[in-house]
Design a protein around this ligand. Structure first.
Ligand code: F0G
Length: 463
């Protein structure tokens, strides 16, 4: 259906369109980002969202089982026989009254969208199924990504499970949490450790893809973001199609926030939702490019005419001062978020806000999430720390319904969890000095005991 789905430059002044199956990571005419776009008038979208509930009855069809493709009428770029699914998106929206109370929300107001339940343990699988489907349509045989770890785990997982592509992974040296690195290696991804950080890896992978024709799997790829729209479809489904007031999401390369905004733009345009949730994007203060650009430099979408000079001079100052992102939420340790402009569009459409929270708040929020029996990695907990901050500021009201996106599983970064819970505060402060983490008020310390029953029973009772 190439005529009904195509690629289009996000800059309305350019608005150049390209064939669906072209492999592009930017607009060849003006260099801006590309969207997957649709001629909705010629497609058949259902006229209410509860229509999708019928798919549950036919979930023995892999497309109806997938948490992405059971919404395929809202992601209509691929013929069914081209869709590549490994069963992604079996995730849950969990109500948490205990956590709501912790952050000043009323019971029934806080929900956690637990994307750690994906096959590779993070939300990336939602996008990877979209990109793999497009890669198959484009006839790709080799795919590459730069990653802080989760994209690479997901790419390697899909490559291994499908046998469709060879996976080439670019990571920064020492910058990737062990759980994620272990996945890429175990799934057989060819892993190139670059002497640099994520932004360096991102720049090099784009050069390598241009040079060799490898298919780029980063979220610059518009078809990744098409898949990630499904996270919002599932949130709505979890709330019986009644949109929440807020979606709170960690911000790294800004793929999720871009995809979520596009989902709401399209659902609204199709008349499938009347109310649009506000999106809050949460940075770590150690990697706060978006926060500074929006809240200090006043950068806005401006009907698509984003002021490039503001961005360029900000990056030039960042380089001149040798300011590099540094956060223990390594997944979002990013200086130059590639989807910046699309995220501005999402903020504009949803009346969104941007905040940065310190690593101490992130790691404490992570421990509180853990206490709910839902483990997440540090970057994910930025959403909960951000919701708390916005509640303190009264930007979020006590009765508003808030969905925090937990982007990745706790086992992705076991070191962060074990340090937090087991080290005495002074040792933790020393280990985490770069991140300004000084204390661990929610630590659950392991209790040492001698190897005899009396000591063990004493430890149990008095521990
Ligand atoms: N949370 C987790 C667990 C992530 O892995 C990432 C990004 C983000 C949040 C940020 O999401 O880019 O959509 O704003 N990880 C990428 C990677 C960069 O390489 O795995 P975003």
């Amino acid at each position: 259906m190439p005529d009904r789905a195509f690629q289009q430059c996000i800059n309305p002044k350019c608005a150049a369109t390209y064939d669906l199956c072209q492999v592009l990571s930017e607009c060849p005419r003006c260099g801006n980002l590309l969207d997957a776009q649709y001629d909705w008038d010629r497609l058949e979208a259902p006229d209410s969202l509860d229509w999708f509930e019928r798919r549950w009855a036919t979930r023995n069809n892999p497309l109806d089982f997938s948490g992405v493709w059971r919404f395929r009428e809202l992601i209509p770029f691929a013929p069914e026989d081209q869709i590549l699914t490994i069963g992604e998106g079996q995730t849950q929206l969990k109500r948490s009254d205990a956590l709501a109370a912790e952050i000043g929300l009323r019971p029934g107001s806080l929900f956690l969208q637990y994307e750690g339940l994906n096959l590779s343990g993070s939300f990336k699988d939602n996008g990877m199924t979209g990109a793999f489907t497009h890669a198959r349509m484009a006839g790709a045989t080799r795919a590459a990504c730069a990653s802080t770890g989760n994209t690479s785990a997901s790419l390697a997982c899909f490559a291994a499970a499908s046998g469709l592509l060879e996976a080439i992974i670019f990571v920064g040296s020492g910058k990737i949490a062990y759980g994620k690195l272990s996945q890429a290696l175990d799934y057989g991804g060819k892993t190139i450790q670059i002497d640099g950080d994520f932004d360096d890896a991102m720049a090099r992978v784009q050069e390598a893809c241009k040079e060799t024709g490898m298919y780029l799997m980063n979220s610059l790829n518009p078809f990744r973001l098409e898949g990630q729209k499904a996270i919002m479809f599932r949130v709505l489904e979890g709330l019986a199609w009644d949109p929440p007031d807020w979606i709170v999401v960690p911000g790294g390369n800004l793929g999720n926030s871009s995809a979520f905004g596009k989902a709401f733009i399209e659902l609204h345009r199709l008349g499938l939702i009347q109310k649009v949730p506000r999106i809050a994007i949460i940075n770590s203060t150690g990697a706060d490019t978006l926060t500074r650009l929006v809240n200090e430099e006043g950068l806005v979408w401006n009907d698509g005419e984003v002021d490039d000079e503001v961005i360029e001079s900000f990056y030039a100052r960042m380089d001149a001062e040798n300011r590099r992102a540094k956060t223990m939420a390594s997944a979002i340790e990013i200086n130059r978020p590639v989807n910046l402009k699309k995220a501005l569009r999402s903020l504009d459409f949803t009346h969104g806000v941007v905040r940065a929270v310190p690593d101490q708040a992130i790691i404490d929020a992570k421990a509180l999430v853990g206490r709910q029996g839902i483990g997440c990695e540090p970057a994910s907990a930025a959403s909960v720390a951000g919701a708390r901050l916005l509640r303190e500021e009264d930007v979020i009201g006590p009765d508003e319904r808030v969905v925090c996106i937990l982007t990745g599983h706790q086992l992705k970064d076991p070191n962060a969890t074990v340090y937090y819970h087991s080290l005495p505060a002074d040792e933790l402060a020393e280990k985490m000095t770069d991140y300004k983490v000084k204390t661990n008020p929610f630590a659950n310390r392991p209790i040492p005991a001698a190897n005899d029953l009396d000591s063990i029973l004493k430890a149990i009772e008095e521990g």
